[in-house]
Structure formats: C-alpha cells, structure tokens
Design a protein around this ligand. Structure first.
Ligand code: PRP
Ligand code: ZN
Length: 288
C-alpha cells in the first residue's frame, strides 16, 4: 500500500517540497516527471498537480495527503484537515494599490476600497474580509499575472500573494493591508485508513527530524575547566553539552548543538571565555 501525496507540479512550493522529501531520504525519480511517481525506497507515491487542484484532490481521496499553500487551502474550502504547518514558503495575501493612490488611502483607510474593482485569484478569502469590514467592492477574478491588472486598466487595485514584495515594486503598487499570512501546510483526507496512517506517521517523523536539524550546527571546542559552566550556559545543547577531559592539564573538550542564527554572537562570547580549536559541523538529522 502506498500513501499518495499531492504536490505542486511547479511553482512557489515545488523546490522546497522536493528538498524536504529528499532530505527525509525519500527518493523520487525526477527525470521522468509523469503525473504519478512512486518513491524508490519508501511506501509513498507523488501525484503532481496544479496547486489549485490539491485541496479537492485530498478532500475527495484522489490523494491521501497534499502539500499546498495555506492560502490555497483556505480559498478552496474543501473538506480536508491541516495535519501540519511546514514552516516554508511563507508569504502574505495582501491588498495593494497604485503608489499614486496612497495619499488618498492614508486619508480614507479601508473605505478606499468601497466601489473599487479588485483583481485577484483569491475571491473567497477577499470576499470574507470585505464582508467582515462592511466594504462593497467589485471582485474581478483572474488566474495569473494579477499584478499587471491596475497598470492596464483592468482593475483599480489587487489582492494577491506578496513574498519579497518585488513584484509589487516593479508594478508601482503598494501593499496597504495584510489580510492573511500563509505558509506551506500538509493537508490530509479525513478518512485515511490505519495502514496509511502508519506511513503518514513515519513521514511526519522524518519531516520533523529534518526541520529540527535545519539551521542547527554541531560545535566542538576546547575550553579551560573553570569556564565549563559559563560555556554550558551559552551552549545548552539538546539536554546538556558533552564534556570530555583533555590530556592537557586543566582543559576539556565540549560538544553541543548551536542555532545558526545565534552563531557569531555565541562564538564571540565563547572566544572571550578562552575557547580554542572551535569546530563547527553541519547536522543532517536530529531526533529529539
Ligand atoms: C505570486 C504573486 C506574485 C509573486 C509575489 O505569484 O502572484 O506574482 O508571487 O512574490 P514577490 O513578492 O516575491 O515578488 P507566484 O509565484 O505564486 O505564481 P502565480 O501567482 O503565478 O501562481
Ligand atoms: Zn503571480
């Protein structure tokens, strides 16, 4: 029995989804990108779809689980559950208006959108937001290149995905209201059988091990014995650092785990304590 995972065939989530699978030691032959590809060494198969179609595919049981943007899941309102937030492909779904209209907007606030034509691929999420705020706009649905709509006179403004913001900048638009924050999520069919659930649990375990190791480094260093306590405070590790006596009198070797984002700050402090011979190594997986 194979657990069938629906994945975006290309686009925003594709690369990171594939990285997560391969870092979880799930080998998928990428050469022949047919619609349905079984993994070589794990009981899953990958179903490549357009992201808009993934929530429905999961709800109907065509796929058991799917990896999709939360915005897409929210928009489709299909009967599927969010099993896990995956912490990648983060973005916002925002209202953006032409730069020239910003002074007007600053005066009026959300009321500015009353009677305006808004281009979007997410009419459901937008309508909910407008209704909640008592605003009546004309929602104009387009499936791609939403950002060019105001420039060509197709709409007054847009409601779209913003990630780096560079698409808005190059189209002279300004993000004025964040309606929703989104990231990749793993969604699941509501009636997965016990056997597939077991495969799913193993999959989740592997995703976790990969995520836990992400951004973490293994550090080994030499430290004077009277500084071990201070160094331990800087490097708490998973439980506590490993301390081994060195042959050199008065010195120990200390090994621990360090978060990359605090790397330089902590290394600096360790050097001040007198740490020497600091080795930093990548961590591939981390089982807590
Ligand atoms: C989204 C959105 C913008 C772009 C914004 O498109 O429609 O075009 O990303 O990203 P930025 O803020 O980093 O410039 P996406 O790549 O998801 O493709 P699609 O909307 O055409 O499916
Ligand atoms: Zn786009």
């Amino acid at each position: 029995m194979l657990l069938r995972i629906a994945v975006q065939a290309k686009g925003r989530l594709f690369d990171e989804t594939m990285t997560m699978l391969s870092e979880s030691s799930i080998k998928i032959e990428s050469s022949k990108r047919t619609l349905l590809v079984p993994a070589k060494n794990f009981p899953v198969e990958i179903l490549y779809l357009r992201d808009d179609d993934i929530p429905q595919a999961v709800a109907s049981g065509i796929a058991d689980v799917g990896i999709v943007g939360e915005n897409e899941y929210e928009e489709r309102q299909e009967e599927a559950d969010i099993i896990k937030r995956l912490d990648f492909s983060k973005c916002r779904i925002s209202l953006a208006i032409p730069n020239a209209k910003v002074p007007e907007y600053d005066q009026m606030g959300l009321k500015w959108f009353d009677g305006k034509k808004i281009a979007t691929s997410y009419p459901g999420i937008l309508k909910k937001f407008l209704d909640k705020n008592g605003i009546k706009s004309d929602i104009h649905v387009i499936t791609g290149s939403v950002e060019i709509a105001p420039g060509i006179g197709l709409a007054d403004c847009i409601f779209d995905i913003v990630s780096s913001g560079s698409t808005l900048v190059s189209n002279n638009l300004k993000e004025v209201e964040i309606v929703m924050k989104s990231e990749a999520v793993l969604i699941g069919n509501k009636n997965i059988c016990a056997e597939k659930k077991e495969i799913l649990n193993e999959l989740l375990f592997r995703f976790d091990s990969y995520k836990n190791a992400e951004g973490k480094k293994y550090v080994v260093l030499n430290i004077p014995n009277d500084k071990i306590a201070a160094a331990t405070e800087l490097l708490p590790g998973m439980k506590a650092p490993t301390v081994t006596k060195l042959e050199t009198e008065g010195w120990s070797s200390l090994a621990s785990v360090l978060e990359e984002k605090h790397f330089w700050e902590i290394i600096g402090k360790l050097k001040q304590l007198g740490a020497e011979g600091i080795l930093v190594m990548p961590i591939e997986k981390m089982i807590l």
